[in-house]
Design a protein around this ligand. Structure first.
Ligand code: NDP
Ligand code: MG
Length: 385
């Protein structure tokens, strides 16, 4: 019997790669539930293709009655119901941003087998998520390529023999040639190895994406920051490695497409029986470089913020979302992003004393506070006429 899969965020980039895996292995997986947000037409074509039993959108669409075999749910309540669907064998979260947090919590509390790409929820609420995971005796299987590689490696070696884990980073477009005040949005979106959405591509150029991934790894693998390293690997073929107690490095390599780590996660603890095509390392050059931290201050900031914890990681995420959005609209320059985020964290730290206590109730107000700080900083900087 195929495993029954629920996919939240089916219309996004992670969603599309997951659908590719489901189409590739129809005897292994069957899509029984899915959600989307703004792309209603895309959801309709997925309903026609997969005939899911449950679908969730912000509002029930006027064409819902044409599909009597599908139950339509709406809003946040619907999303939570979908994330804990009793008949589901596997819940996959491909939603972006903090909107993924409540479904994540719901899936954990329902003791579901949970796979997630939603790094914002883990960065913002890692300690809470880990507490619920411990209570439910569950784990999150990561979809992000680096974390999936590390997860695969850690499941094969005893943790007390792991000296450190190493996340690889492409270095983005500015590793060889640093950004300048003239750097344009197009220069930034021209990622050398990965094809992703514009927000995550900007984060890759500032290397804050790797910073978020370091924080994500800290919570997912419950390791101190001192045991989490980053190495620049411009080819993006090795996704993660671990250094063992004797100095041996062991690593995972695959083509740079998200369908590979997603398939690995969906088949876990097995591995996909066949690949898409042969992946040959012959003729490929694999390079590794230390991170020039002085050129990527947001990666250092993420380590600092991660060590402080509390509401700071979520503030870093919210500041970044606002400031990067202003950059993508052409309101500020690329080099302003680093400066404004550093300033934003300082201002956030100066706001009140209870920033170290994280609770479900403190998340939303802290997020709004960070967004207000970011918008004020952007409006003081704006070059738009
Ligand atoms: P996309 O923007 O491509 O997709 C986001 C998905 O979430 C879409 O299905 C979207 O629906 C849905 N969505 C957006 N806002 C809401 C909301 N408020 N409520 C419910 N659903 C919502 O993002 P990605 O697929 O790129 O990323 C998803 C997550 O995976 C992120 O956390 C990202 O950091 C992480 N990730 C992504 C990688 C990648 O290669 N893209 C790699 C590793 C991690 P709709 O489109 O219908 O509006
Ligand atoms: Mg990644």
């Amino acid at each position: 019997m195929p495993k029954k899969v629920v996919l939240l965020g089916a219309t996004g980039s992670i969603g599309s790669s997951t659908l590719e895996v489901i189409r590739r292995y129809p005897e292994e997986f069957s899509l029984i539930g899915l959600s989307g947000h703004s792309q209603t037409d895309k959801i309709r074509s997925l309903v026609e293709e997969f005939h899911p039993s449950v679908v969730c959108l912000p509002e029930i669409p006027n064409w819902a009655s044409l599909y009597p075999g599908t139950t339509f749910l709406s809003g946040e309540k619907g999303l939570r119901k979908l994330a804990s669907l009793p008949e589901a064998d596997m819940i996959i979260i491909g939603i972006s941003g903090l909107a993924g947090l409540l479904p994540t919590i719901e899936a954990i509390k329902a003791h579901k087998h949970l796979l997630s790409a939603n790094k914002e929820a883990i960065v913002a609420a890692g300690p809470l998520i880990n507490q619920w995971l411990s209570e439910a005796e569950k784990q999150i299987i990561p979809l992000d390529s680096e974390h999936n590689a590390i997860f695969t490696l850690l499941s094969r070696f005893p943790l007390n023999r792991v000296k450190k884990i190493i996340l690889t980073a492409s270095g983005g477009p500015f590793f060889h040639t640093p950004a300048t005040p003239e750097t344009t949005v197009n220069d930034v979106l021209n990622h050398p190895t990965w094809n992703m959405g514009s927000y995550i591509t900007v984060n890759s150029a500032t290397m804050l994406n790797k910073g978020f991934e370091v924080i994500e790894a800290h919570y997912l693998f419950r390791l101190p920051f001192e045991q989490i390293d980053v190495l620049i690997h411009p080819q993006s073929l090795v996704h993660g490695m671990i250094e063992l107690s004797d100095g041996t490095h062991t690593m995972v390599a695959s083509p740079n497409h998200m369908k590979y780590p997603i398939a690995m996660a969906m088949f876990y603890p097995d591995i996909p029986p066949v690949g898409e095509n042969t992946f040959a390392l012959a003729g490929k050059t694999l390079e590794f470089y230390p991170v020039p931290y002085e050129r990527f201050p947001l990666l250092s900031l993420a380590y600092e913020v991660g060590k402080v914890g509390g509401l700071f990681p979520l503030a870093l995420n919210a500041l970044n979302e606002e400031i990067v959005s202003a950059f993508l609209k052409g309101v500020i320059h690329f080099l302003d992003i680093e400066r404004l985020i550093q300033k934003g964290i300082e201002l956030f730290a100066a706001t009140e004393e209870s920033l170290l206590s994280l609770s479900l109730d403190s998340i939303l107000p802290a997020e709004q506070k960070a967004r207000t700080i970011a918008r004020d900083l952007v409006s003081q900087t704006s070059y738009a006429s």
